[in-house]
Design a protein around this ligand. Structure first.
Ligand code: GP9
Ligand code: MN
Length: 619
C-alpha cells in the first residue's frame, strides 16, 4: 500500500494532466458539434494522444516533467479556446497556415471580441489551480522513482497510446480515404480523433507540405491536371462575346447573404435596390459561397482566378509568390484598364501584394480616399462608393473595375450609423443589426447605380454583383429560423441557406431573369470569359450560360449536384427534394471522388505553381 501511495504521490502531476486534458478535449468536442458528438467514440483516441504525451514527459525527471506537462497543458488549452472562437465564425478549426494569417491580419478585433465567450476561459482554470500545487510539489525532491520503473511506465504509456491511436487513425483513413493527407475536412478529423491528434497531424502535414512543394509532381499527375483544365475550358456559344468591349464593374458586397433578397421585415424590403437590380438582370439564386479560412480574400481569389481556396490558411498569403491566370491580367491582355477599389487598409489580406500579382494596374485602397465618414471597420460604403465613381471615371475605357464594400461587416456593431431601418422584434439582435447594415449598404448601392446611370457609364458596362460569404453564424441559427417562420432549421436547411446572390446586369437589361443553376463563386470568371470573349485557361469553374452540369464543390469536401447534397462534416448525403438522408450510391461515391480530385488539382496548382509552368510550356 505504501508503495502505491508513494507512486501516486510521485506522479500526481501526470495523473492530473491525463485527467484534465482528457476532460477538456471531450468537453471541447461536445461544444464543437453537439449534435454529432459521442464521448464513447472520442474517448479512445483522446486518451491515446494524452498517453503518448505522458510517455514523452516520462523521459524527464520530476522537475522538468512537471514543466513539460504544464506547457503542454497551456498549449492545448490555448488551441481549444482558439479553435472554439475560430469555429464560431469560420465553422473550421485553426491550422498552422491560419495562424500565419492571424498574425499577418492582426485579426479583426471586433469580430474576435464578439466571438470569444467568457466561459471559454474555464478551460484554463486548472492551469491556475496547478500553480500552487506545482510550487509545493517541487519542494519534494525525494519523490524521484528509480530510472527502471520510470522507463517501464514510459513504455506502457507509449505502447497503449500508439496502439490505440494507430487503430483510430487507420479506421478514419478507411472511412474517409485521403482525408488524413489532404485534411480537406479538419472539423471531421477533430471530431473523430480529438484536438491533440488533429493539431499533431496538422503540424506533420504542414511540414510535409513544405517538403512536398520542393519535390515536383510526377508527369502523370501533371498531365491529369492539364487534361482536366483543358476539358473544363471548352468554348461554347450561348452569349459568347455578348459583352465584348464593354466595361466590367464587379462589386463584391461584404456579407451579402442570399436570404435577404426579396425578403421583408416589418413590411419593408431589406434590400429594395438589389431586388430592383435583380429584376432587371440575370439573377442566379442558387450560388453558394465557397470561402474557407481566407474569408473575404477567398471570395476575391475565386472570382478572379477560378481556383479553390487554399486547403488551409489563405491563398492571398500562402501563394502570393505564384503566377496566376488572373481575370485582371486576362482583361489587361485584351486591352482593358484594370483597377481594384476597397476602402480598407491596403495590406489587409495581403491585397497590396496579391492585386499586383493578379494584374490590377491600379489598387485604390484606404489611402486613396478622403476618410470623411466611417461605419463599422472603416470608410463608409456611402463615401467609398461616392468617391469610387470619380475614380472609375478616370480609368481608360474599356476597363475592369473591382469594388469591395465594407460597412456590412460582422458583427454589425455600428447600428446607429446604419440609418433608421425598423427591424421590429429583431431590434438589438445580431440578425436585426445585420439587416440594418445590409439595408444601409443596399441604399448606398442604389445611389451608386443611379450615379453610374446619370454618368452614362451603365449603358457601356456590365455590372456583376455578388456576396462574399454568409452573414449569420450558426450560433444565431434560432434568430434566422424565427425570421424564416420555422421552428428550427435542420442541417440541410441550414446548408441551403449558405448562398449569396449573383446578379449580372447587362447594358440594355437583356438578357434578364432568374437562373436557378446550382453553382458557386468559382464559376464567375469562366462565365465572364465567355461574355467578354476572353481566353479561358487554367480555370476550375464553368461558364454558367452554357453549362448543363449542376455542381458546387466546397473546400471541406462537401458538394451538391442540385439533386443531392453531401455534407462532409457529418459524412451524410441528403436528397434535396425530400431533405431526407440517403445512402451513398456508386454514382454519389464517384462524384465525391471527383470532388476530392478537383480540390487536389487546385491545391497542386497552388503548391507547385503549375500555372507558371503550364504558361511557359504553352509558349
Ligand atoms: C476587410 C474586409 C473584411 O478588408 O474585406 O474581410 P473579412 O473579415 O470579411 O474576411
Ligand atoms: Mn467578408
Amino acid at each position: 500500500m505504501k508503495k502505491v501511495s508513494f507512486f501516486m504521490n510521485a506522479y500526481i502531476d501526470l495523473f492530473l494532466f491525463v485527467l484534465f486534458i482528457t476532460i477538456k478535449i471531450l468537453v471541447y468536442g461536445s461544444q464543437m458539434q453537439p449534435d454529432y458528438f459521442s464521448y464513447a467514440a472520442l474517448l479512445p483516441p483522446v486518451l491515446a494522444s494524452v498517453l503518448i504525451l505522458s510517455a514523452i514527459s516520462l523521459l524527464f525527471k520530476n522537475k522538468f516533467r512537471i514543466k513539460f506537462l504544464y506547457i503542454c497543458n497551456l498549449l492545448i488549452t490555448l488551441f481549444i479556446i482558439g479553435d472554439l472562437t475560430y469555429f464560431r465564425y469560420f465553422k473550421d478549426v485553426i491550422s498552422i497556415p491560419v495562424l500565419v494569417n492571424g498574425v499577418a491580419l492582426g485579426a479583426v478585433k471586433s469580430s474576435v471580441a464578439s466571438l470569444i465567450k467568457l466561459t471559454d476561459f474555464l478551460y484554463a482554470a486548472d492551469l491556475l489551480l496547478m500553480v500552487p500545487f506545482i510550487r509545493g510539489y517541487r519542494a519534494k525532491d525525494n519523490l524521484e522513482l528509480p530510472k527502471k520503473l520510470r522507463f517501464s511506465l514510459l513504455m506502457i504509456c507509449l505502447i497503449i497510446g500508439l496502439t490505440a491511436n494507430i487503430k483510430s487513425f487507420y479506421s478514419l483513413s478507411k472511412e474517409q480515404p485521403r482525408l488524413l493527407s489532404t485534411m480537406y475536412n479538419k472539423v471531421y478529423i477533430t471530431r473523430k480523433l480529438g484536438a491533440v491528434n488533429y493539431h499533431s497531424l496538422d503540424l506533420y502535414n504542414s511540414i510535409s507540405a513544405g517538403i512536398s512543394r520542393l519535390t515536383p509532381l510526377s508527369n502523370v499527375e501533371e498531365k491529369e491536371i492539364r487534361t482536366f483544365l483543358q476539358t473544363n475550358s471548352r468554348e461554347e456559344s450561348n452569349l459568347k462575346g455578348a459583352a465584348k468591349g464593354k466595361n466590367l464593374i464587379m462589386i463584391q458586397v461584404e456579407a451579402l447573404q442570399g436570404f435577404v433578397i426579396d425578403s421583408k421585415v416589418n413590411g419593408e424590403e431589406i434590400t429594395p435596390n438589389l431586388n430592383k437590380l435583380a429584376k432587371n438582370s440575370v439573377y442566379f439564386n442558387n450560388i453558394f459561397y465557397q470561402t474557407a479560412a481566407g474569408g473575404t480574400s477567398d471570395a476575391e481569389f475565386m472570382t478572379n482566378n477560378s481556383l479553390y481556396p487554399a486547403s488551409s490558411g489563405a491563398a492571398y498569403f500562402l501563394y502570393a509568390g505564384n503566377e496566376f491566370n488572373g481575370m485582371p491580367e486576362n482583361f489587361k491582355e485584351a486591352g482593358y484598364d484594370t483597377a481594384a477599389l476597397h476602402g480598407f487598409t491596403e495590406t489587409f489580406w495581403n491585397r497590396n501584394v496579391m492585386y499586383k500579382k493578379l494584374g490590377f494596374n491600379n489598387f485604390y485602397g484606404e489611402k486613396s480616399y478622403t476618410v470623411d465618414e466611417t461605419v463599422g471597420l472603416g470608410l463608409s460604403d456611402k463615401s467609398f462608393l461616392n468617391q469610387a465613381v470619380e475614380k472609375i471615371k478616370t480609368l481608360n475605357k474599356p476597363y475592369y473595375s473591382f469594388l469591395i464594400t465594407l460597412s456590412s461587416h460582422f458583427p454589425y456593431d455600428d447600428p446607429s450609423k446604419y440609418g433608421t431601418f425598423n427591424v421590429a422584434s429583431y431590434e438589438g439582435t445580431l440578425l436585426g443589426n445585420y439587416m440594418k447594415s445590409i439595408h444601409y449598404t443596399d441604399e448606398q448601392l442604389g445611389i451608386f447605380f443611379d450615379k453610374l446611370d446619370k454618368e452614362g457609364i451603365l449603358k457601356d458596362s456590365v455590372v456583376v454583383l455578388y456576396g462574399d460569404h454568409y452573414a449569420i453564424p450558426k450560433e444565431q441559427i434560432n434568430q434566422l429560423s424565427t425570421f424564416l417562420n420555422k421552428s428550427s432549421l435542420s442541417d440541410i436547411e441550414w446548408a441551403q441557406l449558405q448562398k449569396v446572390p449573383l446578379i449580372i446586369h447587362f447594358p440594355n437589361e437583356s438578357p434578364k431573369g432568374v437562373n436557378d443553376i446550382y453553382a458557386g463563386q468559382i464559376d464567375i470568371y469562366p462565365t465572364l470569359c465567355n461574355l467578354f470573349s476572353l481566353p479561358n485557361k487554367g480555370l476550375m469553374g464553368r461558364d454558367l450560360f452554357n453549362s448543363k452540369e449542376e455542381k458546387v464543390v466546397f473546400r471541406d469536401g462537401s458538394f451538391t449536384d442540385g439533386k443531392y447534397y453531401y455534407m462532409a462534416q457529418t459524412n451524410t448525403y441528403y436528397n434535396l427534394t425530400t431533405y431526407e438522408k440517403v445512402r451513398e450510391t456508386e454514382i454519389l461515391k464517384k462524384k465525391k471522388d471527383d470532388v476530392i480530385n478537383q480540390l487536389e488539382y487546385s491545391d497542386d496548382i497552388l503548391k507547385h505553381n503549375l500555372l507558371k509552368k503550364f504558361k511557359s510550356e504553352d509558349k
